[in-house]
Design a binder for this molecule. Sequence first.
Ligand code: BMA
Length: 380
Amino acid sequence: MQINLDFRNSTCFILLITCLIYCVAVEAQPVDKSATKETSKLYNNLQLLAQRGTLFGHQDDMAYGVNWKYQHGRSDVRDITGQYPGVFGWELGGLENDALVNLDGVPFDSMKTYIRKAYEAGAVITISWHLNNPLTGKSAWDPSPTNTIPSILPGGEKNELFNTWLDKVGSFLQGLQSKNGTPIPVIFRPYHELNGSWFWWGGKNCTPIELIDLWKYTVAYLRDTKQIHQLLYAFNTDRFSSEAEYVERYPGNDWVDVIGFDIYQKGDILANDKFIAELDKSLSLLTKISTEKNKIPALTEFGFNTIPDAHWWTSVFLKAIKNHSIVYALAWRNAGLKADNEIEYFAPYKGHLSAGDFLLFSKQKKIFFEKRTKRLKLYQ
Ligand code: BMA
């Protein structure tokens, strides 16, 4: 009798614990409690994906690549691997000034078409915004006055102007709908690389509290004022060296869905080992923080410009990420030769010296390109 009772008690105990774990797990919710069904599904599915693998992403993938622009169905990634990425990155810089094309020349109308196509193929969309400095009217890289943030928040001289910018971005995002009118979920990534001092919203150009206020204001404006319910919000630093540095400007768990950082390998291939060690360490820190905060961990931008190493994908990048649960990794854009005569590309193109290794990378069990991403049914 005694034994039976103990058994029953321990069974009850196990049931209780299981129930508690389950309740905590299902309770994880996006920042937007009124998120659309597809957005909530995406959020939950990305949370679960952390244990399974990493989606490969590429900025502006369908719009242009090295030595080509706007060719229907073309993608440097697909030219090599036979499939598109699993994540598509896009950029809104310029929309705030009613430009028809973004700061990298991508027409906003075409962007909408590409986004719809990607969503209908089951891929993930993430959007950044290199918005101009509303106080000076110059670019995002104009950090000169340190009072930009106070000037655009309520009571500031540029608050009304800034609201019109948020209205425009909000209308664009809200206009992203599938053919049957379903709002397309987007991981919105404003104010990125916020611990660096090259943008007006970052580093020494503002205080941590100012950035946090700006973050909360932006989320509340889009979610509550504009009633946009198809967004997940991504918070991301640049490279960082400690947990304290990472969380210094973190606005709090109620305001963030995805957490990540951007990192680029610099210099030549002799720096490979140093880069592997740094990326490995940063990913350990990031996933520790994401576990504590129950957020979706991602490598929000990465790359080694022109990839001068034939084996970089499997010997450097994969080596650094393979033991970490990051949900996606977004390679930056394949601009090719730019107007300023700089060359920039972070994914290879057909014929590039790392193309063979990239193909091998795309076949790794834990790396998801288009086809396996589609099978995950992330919106269901
Ligand atoms: C930078 C570079 C620039 C580009 C900007 C915004 O990293 O790629 O050429 O204009 O991002 O996309």
